[in-house]
Design a protein around this ligand. Structure first.
Ligand code: PLP
Length: 379
């Protein structure tokens, strides 16, 4: 209500200095809370922005990576640029690569497997990149995901970062949902190696009590990032464009696709001030504890199988036909995924008002429906 009602538009600093300044402050707070290295924060020479979604953030980082590479190679070499991701990476990276002119045939989807917990290994990337380089192609961009969409898997950021550095690739860390967990010291380790990243993103609108839309994007080099996104028409010149070549203030229009923008900082500021770090850690830990309990109950019931060990709030398990029976009951809504040809049911404990009791109730519902399904098949 505050964000929409105030209708403040911090696209150039002069249009709303307080809103622009607040955004720089809350993205630094968020970065510190999840344990990001100093160099990704404004206070350390990097900086951040609040965008609408990871999808938008990814397009911006891909554009910056492309321009950085083509400034050295020449624009005519765009067809040589290759983007790397895993079969668990969010599909938005493929779409983003297409949008910035990378040929679809140059988008590499590296297979993951159960042996690495469905994480993308540095060895797999090294093998793929070495092959491409030998064929005259240029590795451009690598995505490491902390908490994949389907299974909640984690790619090892440090190992992938070292591979990216070896070839001058842009490393993006997509911590869309699981990044929130990193506010708890016991989860901070998953972002180890983030100092090797060119950009990191996470969505407070997923698991951080912040209303849609709000995606934090941090970059190590604001100059490289804004070079790909800035516009400088006469009518927008202000203190941020003071002709010195060095921005005197942040013009957030140069940090995103669109020009005008929402006052998202107020939402995140309210969440951070209202709950505080301790309150937010408690919130995350309550969900993780409920997910852990659910995973244990599933594992102890021999009719079910936990398909991938849980890391955060997502439990992936299986029993065919059960999903349809549970969802058609109208009492719970659960989604599925397919991994190694196996149909998997996913329970994500992420609702702002979800309590342990809801998890206990849904487990009773799952067991009841499982009995019906198994009886029908006389298993
Ligand atoms: N990356 C991951 C790992 C996700 O789980 C999701 C959404 O589910 C996205 C990116 C896309 O996020 P957004 O809807 O903010 O673009």
């Amino acid at each position: 209500m505050l964000s929409v009602g105030l209708n403040v538009v911090p696209f150039v600093w002069a249009a709303s200095p307080a809103a622009a300044e607040l955004e720089t402050i809350v993205v630094d707070w968020m970065g510190k809370l999840i344990g990001l290295p100093h160099l990704l924060l404004f206070s350390g020479g990097g900086g951040g922005v609040l965008q609408g979604s990871t999808c938008e953030a990814v397009v911006c980082t891909l554009a910056a990576a492309r321009d950085r590479a083509l400034a050295k190679l020449g624009h005519e070499n765009i067809m040589k640029l290759v983007v790397y991701a895993s079969d668990q990476t969010h599909v938005t990276f493929q779409k983003g690569a297409r949008l910035v002119g990378i040929p679809p045939s140059n988008f590499r989807v590296i297979q993951t497997s159960a042996s690495s917990g469905y994480g993308l290994t540095a060895d797999a990337i090294r093998a793929a990149v070495d092959r491409e380089v030998a064929n005259g192609l240029v590795p451009l961009y690598l995505c490491a995901t902390v908490g994949t969409t389907g299974l909640g898997a984690v790619d090892p950021v440090r190992g992938l970062g070292e591979e990216a550095q070896r070839h001058g690739m842009w490393l993006h860390v997509d911590a869309a949902y699981a990044g929130s967990a990193a506010i708890c010291p016991e989860f901070e380790g998953y972002l180890d190696g983030a100092e090797l990243a060119d950009s990191v993103s996470m969505n407070p609108h997923k698991w951080f009590l912040t209303n849609m839309d709000c995606c934090c994007l941090w970059v190590a080099s604001p100059a490289t990032f804004t070079a790909a996104l800035s516009t400088d028409p006469e009518y927008l010149k202000n203190v941020g464009t003071n002709g010195t070549g060095k921005p005197a203030a942040i013009d957030y229009k140069d940090w995103q696709i669109s020009l005008t923008r929402r006052f998202r900082a107020i939402k995140l500021w309210v969440v951070l001030r209202r709950y505080g770090a301790i309150g937010l850690r408690g919130y995350i830990r309550r969900h993780v504890a409920a997910a852990k309990r659910f995973e244990r109950m599933v594992a102890e019931d021999e009719r079910f199988e936990v398909v991938v060990p849980r890391k955060f709030l997502l439990v992936c398990f299986r029993l065919r036909e059960l999903l349809a029976a549970v969802n058609s009951s109208g009492r719970a809504f659960i989604t599925h995924f397919v991994v190694d040809g196996k149909f998997v049911i996913r329970l994500a404990v992420a609702g702002a008002m979800t309590e342990m009791q809801h998890v206990m109730d849904v487990w009773a519902l799952l067991q009841g429906k499982a009995e019906e399904v198994l009886r029908r098949h006389q298993l």
